[in-house]
Each structure stands twice: as structure tokens, then as C-alpha cells.
Ligand binder design. Structure first.
Ligand SMILES: *Cc1c(COP(=O)(O)O)cnc(C)c1O
Length: 383
């Protein structure tokens, strides 16, 4: 099936009890046993809930995975993956991750005796040299956040697997419509469903999709023990969002391309980071690995004052963290999403005080370009 068809139909289909075409919101904590010693397949909603399971099946299907496990947030999903590890194990992580993942690894996971190191995963020689005998997990994100660099997933997964590490890819920025890491060799894919999968900025959630049923079973066991489940109302919202994922991603992409091209030609703008631009250093890799370039665009203006002026002038782009919703957002990574990353590390990664990140929504691209033009008109040309 083609992506648009799959998005509309992925999941268990009509409700077996009533024929309702949409899986109902099963607002129940517990389930009546059929008789003593015999349940009906459902026991308690931390363990499993039909609305959550419907979403899990749908996302597993879209990512081409064997199983999925839906969590209370993207961070809860990533945290559950770290519960697969033991003290002394090592996580090798890409150095340009979502800020919250960096914070989780360095301030929470590290306290449990798991060692973490970061490497520029776009440099395959550096990546290969960074494995240790204790490396049990390779954690990647591509395109990277916020610099939009591309990790060669096929090559990186091959390296990880050769070292016996579980390869996890955060696929939040592209969604399964534009990139399928399991097909490129990953063991697990993680999403913040808060972003494109739900797509309407009205629910926080996360999901892990696994390549094998065995890994899925381990995660369900961890989730049932630790309890960070997605509630049935949120599962319903994400499932509803998934139905339009393919058409939304196509429209997001149209806006993303238009905005990136506009910014690249603007005198007040320095570097524009968008894999769809021919000058992007990994444009060819992005073409091969992805089915599109997405709608996340980062760009540089002269300095902090210029970034602040642009954010204050924008009318359609809302100054807010997050991404992937129908509305366009602007974010200043240095003071917002990446404030937890130490200043010298931010500088090394290229997250300057003049860097802005856009999540291009579903408004008419013409209106978005006009909004950017009027906001950029107040600042001087980039150096
Ligand atoms: C938002 C985000 C997360 C964290 O997800 P939450 O739902 O906010 O907990 C993880 N990775 C990426 C790439 C994200 O954008």
C-alpha cells in the first residue's frame, strides 16, 4: 500500500464489539474477568488498553516494525529504552540530539551507572572510533536538531550492529512517511508523537517501534513495571492525527521548501540549514535516505539582538518550543530547547545566539514568506 492509504487504514480496523469505524476511547482502568481464573485478554490498563493498542499497531505498521509501545511522552519512551541497559553499559549517542534527550542521558541515565558519550555521528570514522567494548546502545537522530545534519543510517546501523549495540533512531523530525529507519537496519525507532504523528499540538506522547517481537515484549514488560503509559484519550487523538499524516507531511514539505529557498536568498540571513537545499553538505545523502526533506528549517541572523527582533516581529510564526503541528512555530534554540546544553558545547555544535529554528506549518506558504519578509526587514544584513 502507498503511504496515504496506509495512514488512513493502519491499525486493527473497526471495533470488534460494535463495528465503530474508529477505535473508541476505552476509558477504563480495569476489565471484568469472564469467570474465576479466566480474563478476556484485558486485565488492567497499565498493562494494555484497546485504544492504546490500536495506536501501537498503527504506528508499528507505518514504520514497518513488529511491535510498538506507546508512552506518556517522547521522553518516557526514550527513558524506557535506557531501562534495557545495566550499570557499566555504555550509550554512544549522536552529539546533536534533542535537548531533552541530552538532559535525560547526562542527568538521569548517567546516575544509574550507565556511561554516555557523544560523537558527531555524521562523521562515520569518528563514529566507528567512539565505540567501546561496553557499548550496548547507539542512539541516533537524523536530521539532527537543530542543525539539520544528516546521519547515514545504513552505514551507522551497520557499525552499531557489528559491535553488538542496539541501534535506536529518533525519527520525530521526519515521521515514517518521510523516513523508515528500521528498513535501513535500526533495531528500534522512537517518536515524540507530540510532534508530526499527532500533528495538532494538543497532546504529549511518545512511542517506540521495534524491529522484532522480542524487543517489543521487553519494552512492554518495562512499561508495565514502570508505568509511563499513554492514556486512552491521547491515544485516540494521535490515532486520529495519523489518518492525515501523509497528506500533512506533503503540505508541510511544500512550505518547508518555500521557506528555505526564501531565507537562502535573503540578505539579512546567514547560513540556512535545510537538507532540501542543494548547498546542504549532505543533500545527496538526504535524497537517497529520505522520501522528502521535511519542514524543519534553521537559519542564522547576525546575533542575539537580531534573533530577538525577528521573533518579536513575526505574526504568523508563534514563538514556542515544539514542532510538527499545523501552526508554524519559531524557536530560539540557545535560550529555549537547547538551554540545558552548556554554552561551550552549543558553540561547538553551531548553535549560535543568532540561530533560529522554524517548524513550518500548514498555512499558505505565501503568507509565511510575507511574514518572514516583514520580520527580517527590521534587522541589518548578516555578516
Ligand atoms: C519533542 C522531542 C522529544 C521529546 O518528546 P516529548 O514528547 O516532548 O517528551 C524527543 N525527540 C525529539 C526529536 C523531539 O522533537
Amino acid at each position: 500500500m502507498k503511504p496515504k492509504t496506509l495512514c488512513v487504514h493502519a491499525g486493527p480496523g473497526p471495533d470488534p464489539a460494535t463495528g465503530a469505524v474508529n477505535t473508541p476511547i476505552y476509558a477504563t482502568s480495569t476489565y471484568a474477568y469472564a469467570r474465576f481464573g479466566e480474563h478476556r485478554g484485558w486485565e488492567y490498563s497499565r498493562t494494555a488498553n484497546p485504544t492504546r493498542v490500536a495506536l501501537e499497531r498503527a504506528v508499528a505498521h507505518l514504520e514497518g516494525g513488529a511491535d510498538a509501545c506507546a508512552f506518556a511522552s517522547g521522553m518516557a519512551a526514550i527513558d524506557a529504552l535506557t531501562d534495557l541497559l545495566q550499570p557499566g553499559d555504555h550509550i554512544l549517542a549522536a552529539d546533536n540530539l534533542y535537548g531533552g534527550t541530552y538532559r535525560l542521558f547526562t542527568t538521569v541515565t548517567a546516575r544509574h551507572g550507565v556511561r554516555i558519550s557523544f560523537v558527531d555521528a555524521t562523521d562515520l570514522d569518528a563514529l566507528e572510533g567512539a565505540f567501546t567494548p561496553a557499548t550496548r546502545m547507539l542512539f541516533l537522530e537524523t536530521p539532527t536538531n537543530p542543525m539539520m545534519a544528516i546521519v547515514d543510517l545504513q552505514a551507522a546501523c551497520r557499525l552499531g550492529r557489528a559491535r553488538g549495540a542496539l541501534v535506536v533512531v529518533d525519527n520525530t523530525f521526519l515521521s515514517p512517511v518521510l523516513q523508515q529507519p528500521l528498513a535501513l537496519g535500526a533495531d528500534a525507532v522512537v517518536h515524540s508523537t507530540t510532534k508530526y504523528l499527532n500533528g495538532h499540538s494538543d497532546a504529549v506522547g511518545g512511542v517506540v517501534v521495534t524491529a522484532t517481537p522480542e524487543l517489543g515484549e521487553q519494552l512492554h514488560r518495562i512499561q508495565n513495571s514502570a508505568g509511563a503509559v499513554m492514556g486512552p484519550f491521547d491515544a485516540f487523538l494521535v490515532l486520529r492525527g495519523l489518518r492525515t499524516l501523509a497528506v500533512r507531511m506533503a503540505a508541510h514539505e511544500e512550505g518547508g521548501r518555500a521557506v528555505a529557498a526564501f531565507l537562502a536568498a535573503h540578505p539579512a540571513v546567514g547560513k540556512v540549514h535545510y537538507p532540501g537545499l542543494p548547498h546542504h553538505p549532505q543533500h545527496d545523502l538526504a535524497r537517497r535516505q529520505q522520501r522528502g526533506f521535511g519542514a524543519m528549517v534553521a537559519f542564522e541572523v547576525a546575533d542575539l539582538a537580531a534573533a530577538e527582533a525577528v521573533c518579536n516581529r513575526l505574526q504568523i510564526f508563534t514563538l514556542a518550543e515544539s514542532l510538527g503541528g499545523v501552526e508554524s512555530l519559531v524557536c530560539h534554540p540557545a535560550t529555549m530547547t537547547h538551554a540545558a546544553v552548556p554554552p561551550e558545547e552549543r558553540r561547538r555544535l553551531g548553535i549560535t545566539d543568532g540561530l533560529l529554528r522554524l517548524s513550518v506549518g500548514l498555512e499558505d506558504p505565501e503568507d509565511l514568506l510575507a511574514d518572514l519578509a516583514q520580520a527580517l526587514a527590521v534587522i541589518s544584513p548578516a555578516p
